[in-house]
Write a protein that binds this ligand. Structure first.
Ligand SMILES: [Zn+2]
Length: 555
């Protein structure tokens, strides 16, 4: 017996409980730099009061982590869990410090769905620093420490006691600083998403809870009664509609909507020529691509879409079922499953010498050879009508400067760094405005191509454009997008939307352009897209709701 005790004492190492405390303490303090920065920036928490409250918060987070880590304090398991937590904390520290974003489940979907090109956009020295300081160095240190594990039973009860004690501390701190905690949560809702790495664990758990049941559910068909409406019998001409899904374009920077800089010279000309309507008051469904794009194509609308778990078919399936040819052109991160049952061409990976480079292509690539791409679609469907969706690269950040070709760099100097805070704000806005100027050119070129098609061929053509979400450009020290919707500033959810109808399409639908112009200031949302597309293409189905069709009131 004595020899066992001596042997234990001879081994130098940490008790499991000490190791748990060290990891939890490190994460609760150094791992929460963005939280301390946010708390100290609040007017009610300066000076001593701020210090005491920050300390209480650190103890609260530390205790919560001890509760969790104590339950996982087992040989082999503990170090692995701790290393993952440290790395995750390092990465989310970087995102929060760098972009003023908070970490919730929608933000995490972004990260999970990030492709290598986006990762390259995000690499920077700050990332290296955050990862090294918060994650890698403590993880390396921990990995090389000896932890003096006990036998199964003594370890179990020690873990249980430690976890219960920490739970007690958590409760005591909550009660002691309840007033401050409650007012913080009430007045500054976003702060709770800064609790690192609890925010990641919570968001991840929510995500799994939401996606797992969905994965096992079967896709529900919608619009099984979809048929071409009366216009198809009334004329031998066929519809050709292009729907452009914009990326990260915010309404605030569209001169069509009143922005003081001329970012829409070509579209502005089209509006003067007639046919183009810019809708000034449109809200997005979500604050990131992954949330907004499937919602836009859903018949459910934002509220029911977010509440439901059942996966449904989408707009493209209904159009396809009505017998139309549907083609999805993707110049970005993919169609999020929307185009699974229609034709798709990925243009991002093409190697056109003039438009492509560095693993991506400028958005004009989607217009290149479009006649041939359409000619290759199913002839029977093509004879009825064609819908082309263009998924833009648009204004995808943070490397805005990569998204506009040299000819469209009119606002200079522009920020040429991924580290947005390193640039003066004017340069950041310049780089962003150049992407809007380029989108202006892409949209106007598409409208001109459709105009020619309507003149040269028996085609009734139209263009619809709407962005998926907006962007913060440093307002209130916020950057990029992806804030939880309820907390998101206007810049992230107010999106540009426009329609352009060729003369023949106006005639086909009996839509009066002056009436559309008058309705251009009415409040709209992404909910209107599904029904307006069905209205524009005159597809009859029971899922179509005329009250959400922005053309319906102007027939
Ligand atoms: Zn997006």
């Amino acid at each position: 017996m004595t020899s066992v005790v001596e042997a234990r004492q001879a081994r130098r190492g940490w008790s499991p409980q000490a190791a748990v405390l060290l990891v939890a303490g490190w994460l609760a303090t150094v791992g929460n730099l963005p939280l301390w920065r946010a708390v100290w920036a609040l007017p009610e928490h300066n000076g001593w009061r701020g210090l005491v409250f920050s300390a209480a918060l650190a103890v609260w987070i530390g205790a919560a982590l001890v509760v969790l880590l104590s339950l996982l304090a087992w040989p082999r398991l503990f170090k692995a869990v701790a290393v993952v937590l440290l790395m995750v904390a390092g990465a989310s520290t970087y995102f929060m410090l760098q972009y003023g974003v908070v970490i919730d489940s929608t933000m995490m979907v972004n990260v999970v769905n990030t492709d290598p090109r986006e990762v390259r956009d995000l690499l920077s020295w700050t990332l290296l620093f955050s990862m090294l300081l918060v994650g890698v160095l403590p993880a390396l240190w921990l990995w090389h420490q000896d932890i003096l594990w006990r036998r199964w039973w003594p370890q179990t009860w020690r873990n249980a006691v430690a976890s219960l004690l920490a739970l007690g501390v958590l409760g005591a701190v909550t009660i002691a600083s309840y007033q401050d905690l409650a007012s913080l949560m009430r007045n500054h809702k976003h702060v709770r998403f800064l609790f690192n790495p609890l925010n990641v664990l919570y968001g991840g758990g929510k995500l799994v809870a939401h996606t797992l049941p969905q994965a096992s559910l079967t896709l529900q068909a919608i619009g099984q009664d979809a048929r071409p409406g009366p216009t198809y019998a009334a004329t031998t001409r066929t519809p050709l509609v292009v729907l452009v899904v914009g990326e990260t374009a915010r309404a605030a920077n569209f001169s069509l909507g009143g922005y003081s800089r001329q970012t829409n010279p070509e579209l502005g000309q089209l509006r003067s020529d007639g046919g183009l309507t810019y809708f000034t008051d449109v809200l997005s469904c979500g604050t990131n691509t992954q949330a907004s794009v499937p919602c836009m194509f859903s018949h459910l609308g934002k509220q029911a879409y977010e509440a439901g778990r059942q996966p449904f078919e989408n707009l493209l399936d209904v159009l396809h079922r009505a017998g139309l040819a549907v083609l999805w052109l993707d110049n970005q991160s993919g169609c999020k499953g929307l185009c699974a049952r229609v034709d798709q061409v990925i243009t991002r990976t093409l190697d056109d010498p003039a438009l492509c480079g560095g693993g991506e292509c400028f958005d004009e690539i989607m217009l290149k050879g479009l006649d041939q791409r359409i000619a290759a679609l199913d002839p029977a469907r093509r004879a009825r009508g064609v819908v082309v969706v263009m998924h833009q690269m648009g204004s995808h950040g943070p490397a805005y400067y990569r998204r506009s070709p040299p000819a469209f760099k009119k606002f200079m100097p522009e920020c040429a760094s991924n580290v947005l805070q390193d640039c003066p704000r004017e340069q950041l806005v310049n780089a962003y405005d150049n992407t809007i100027l380029y989108t202006d050119h892409v949209l106007a070129s598409t409208a001109r191509w459709l105009d020619r098609a309507a003149r040269d061929q028996p085609l009734d053509t139209a263009l619809v454009y709407v962005s998926d979400h907006g962007e913060s450009l440093g307002e209130n020290n916020l950057y990029l997008h992806g804030l939880p919707y309820a907390l998101a500033p206007q810049q992230q959810i107010h999106v540009p939307m426009l329609t352009w109808l060729s003369g023949p399409m106006q005639k086909r639908l009996g839509v009066r352009q002056d009436c559309l112009q008058k309705s251009a200031t009415a409040p709209l949302t992404h909910d209107n897209l599904f029904h307006s597309m069905l209205g524009l293409l005159d597809v009859n189905t029971s899922v179509y709701l005329p009250r959400l069709d922005l053309f319906a009131g102007c027939r």
